[in-house]
Write a protein that binds this ligand. Structure first.
Ligand SMILES: [Zn+2]
Length: 389
């Protein structure tokens, strides 16, 4: 397989070439939509905010919008820099199946680790994504979603903890890792100890009553969230944490990974890998943690897409302190195959440009450079999740 580095403005160096030919492992991504999106739904998905933009032009007056018009439009037979409305019209004309096929087929991603916990009914799950992409697919489960499913099953407060553990064990059987969105719910500055059984029962009682009254099952109680994390830690599977950048449901100042330092120490003692997802604008703090602790890994996915032509600067910062075997690739695309495609493209471009500049300056050998970009694009994920043969 070869992804032509047609984006290379100057002749591609060894790192860019290696990345162009590399089948990527995307260690954190979601499925794409099955049907043509409405205009409103497309404008929502092309921005990270959950506030509906006033127009398509407004939604695409951003780095990701410009990158879509520049890099994705030609894959839909349009000229580069096609207008937002021409782009959307062509996308609808081709239909979701064809757009998914063209864009996902052009990512050069060989293996997707799909997180199924967020609005999973609107998008393809792991099986559907395997079919659409023809790539290898693994699953990552979101612990809060499992708890929310248990909460709507008619369980009693006294049985909540054991019912959660049972459901968790069942879902985890085929999963390569688990994920927590505690950053969204209470932030990362929580109390780093497992709550007692009676604390969990009392908190579950209050929550279950609320679920019954409101019909909404979003878990946001600190005691319950801690219970989910410490129970899931018992599985000893690689543990993804949402860090930094995300929609306005979170308070960004409470999503700095440095806040997790004590939990990282505890997990390190138990030999549980921690994958710090996205991390922007805290990628330097994440890099520090990756250097200090044996079990810490990071990526700058999501931010790569939304920073478009500036994404190489963010990728460069991720290469400052983190050991090179601790940096992973992810697109964190949700819903739109544009985001999957751009996640891969901008990653290859950014990492390639930076590492080629190290070679050009005589700082790195070509052999080291090729080894590092191959590791970041593929091998590190396989090693961190224990999938190397
Ligand atoms: Zn995600």
């Amino acid at each position: 397989m070869s992804i032509e580095p047609s984006w290379a403005v100057s002749p591609a160096g060894a790192a860019s070439q290696a990345l162009a030919e590399l089948g990527l492992v995307d260690h954190h991504v979601h499925g794409v939509v099955r049907e043509n999106p409405s205009l409103e739904s497309f404008t929502n998905m092309i921005t990270e905010s959950d506030r509906t933009p006033r127009s398509l032009d407004e939604a695409m007056n951003t780095q990701v919008g410009f990158a879509t018009r520049r890099w994705v439009a030609p894959l839909l037979d349009l000229e580069p820099f096609a207008s937002s409305s021409d782009y959307f019209a062509r996308r609808i004309e081709l239909g979701a199946d064809e757009v998914n096929k063209r864009l996902l087929g052009a990512t050069g991603i060989d293996h997707y680790f799909i997180e199924t916990g967020f609005r999973g009914d609107e998008i393809y799950g792991p099986e559907g994504m395997a079919k659409v992409t023809g790539a290898k697919v693994s699953e990552v489960i979101r612990i809060e979603t499992i708890a929310e499913k248990v909460a709507t099953s008619g369980v009693s407060a006294a049985n909540f903890a054991s019912a959660f553990n049972e459901e968790l064990a069942k879902s985890a059987k085929n999963a390569v890792g688990v994920k927590s969105v505690v950053a969204y719910r209470i932030g990362l500055d929580f109390d780093f100890q497992a709550p007692s059984k009676s604390e969990v029962e009392v908190a579950a009682g209050t929550w279950l009553k609320e679920v019954e009254q409101t019909g909404k099952s979003r878990v946001a109680d600190p005691i319950l969230l801690r219970h989910l994390i410490y129970s899931a830690a018992e599985l000893k599977k690689p543990f993804q944490f949402h860090i930094g950048f995300g929609d306005p449901d979170l308070n960004l100042h409470r999503c700095d990974p440095l806040l997790l330092t004590d939990l990282i120490r505890q997990f390190e003692a138990k030999e549980i890998p921690i994958l710090l997802l996205h991390t922007y604008p805290y990628q330097r703090n994440a890099g520090y943690l990756a250097q200090m602790f044996r079990n810490v890994y990071l990526d700058v996915g999501l931010a790569i897409n939304y920073s478009g032509a500036r994404s190489n600067a963010i990728i460069a910062e991720s290469l400052e302190l983190a050991p090179f075997h601790k940096i992973l690739f992810s697109s964190d695309a949700w819903g739109l195959p544009e985001l999957t495609y751009l996640g891969a493209l901008l990653f290859r471009r950014g990492l390639g440009e930076i590492v080629d500049s190290f070679i050009a300056r005589g700082d790195w050998s070509t052999a080291d450079a090729v080894k590092v970009v191959t590791a970041i694009g593929r091998d590190n994920a396989l090693a961190a999740y224990g999938l190397t043969k």
